[in-house]
Design a protein around this ligand. Sequence first.
Ligand code: PLP
Length: 393
Amino acid sequence: MSEATEAARQDFTPNYRQPDLVMVRGEGVWVFDEQGRRYLDAIAGIAVSALGHCDKGLQQAVHDQVDRLWHMSNLFYTRPSMDLAALLTRHTFAQRVFFCNSGAEANEALMKAARRAQHDLGTGRFEIIAAERSFHGRTFATVTATGQPKYHVGFEPMLPGIDHVPYGDLDAMRDRLTHQTAAILVEPIQGEGGVITPPDGYLKGLRELADQSGAFLLFDEVQTGVGRTGTLLAAEFEGVVPDGCSLAKGLGGGLPIGAFLAGPALADCLVPGTHASTFGGNPVCARAAIEVIERLVRDGLLEQIRSTSAYLESKLRDLIEAHPVAVGLRGRGFLRGLELTSADPELPARARAHGLLIGMVDANQVVRIAPPLTITEVEIDDLCDRLRLSLEA
Ligand code: PLP
């Protein structure tokens, strides 16, 4: 343990287990530590650094905005927040958007809007039905919606009016819906829960159930959205349109911004005084998000992701063929889970020794691979070589 990281360990609350490294610089898919060692970043700050580190276009956009205006809150329109709202409404199902700072906050807005809209309709519906193994954040409402009891321990009681059913199981959802259900909330692919892709037709089935029962359909696209799975929103893959969805992570390309996207049913319920966020719509973060979205939809990054992520998939399947420890592949696009035969909590440390940053989910039995969306085929070869060496060591 270096002196610097030892001191930091005393200064930080102990809710993370940072390794004995200090990161100082990033460039594309690479990050460099204080010792000058470089690492291929296959986790991208947990599916955040969409354009890689220090992307030139993003740098330019942010510098330009830093020279103009930093903060006005949602109290005033600024050009970046207006242009970002226009981009999101043009390229998604959203009729209106609300900006905030993080995934949890976007989900708070999503759930509050659903309850508020039911209130305005006079239905008396308040319950939110989420999925087991889901992850929606760490605030009280979002951790309650998170269907993983380990995240609740010691923080009980959880909030009332939020319940869970097994993910991917339409019958279980149908059985659980009542005249009190305000909304269904799911991730189109569960990220933290283990990179779990639901059966084909699940999202469509949820849409039908929501329509039949009078509940709203909410998608948490904090991890799957913004091109991560090959479409701007992951739900587009099944052609399903929710009533509302949340974005964050990749949206700002590394700067903190979240968004609640509201379809027609939720577009008008957050009237003045009902909801707010001091930092929401920050023009510097919004300017970064414009750059990310424009690269995806205008400059062909979405098409590039579909082809490079197919290449990643083929390389990971080769790795599974060649390596007895790797047994299965989950997810889609650049949100991938490589299943191992058994839990391997030491794998991230071995990977770092081979110059690779990865994450682990599903009780350390699944490697989460979520690189920058700009990663090239040559870099994917490098990633897979380093991963193979890490599995062997
Ligand atoms: N929703 C999903 C699907 C996530 O994966 C996460 C974070 O990993 C969150 C919400 C919470 O986002 P944040 O950490 O920005 O609050």
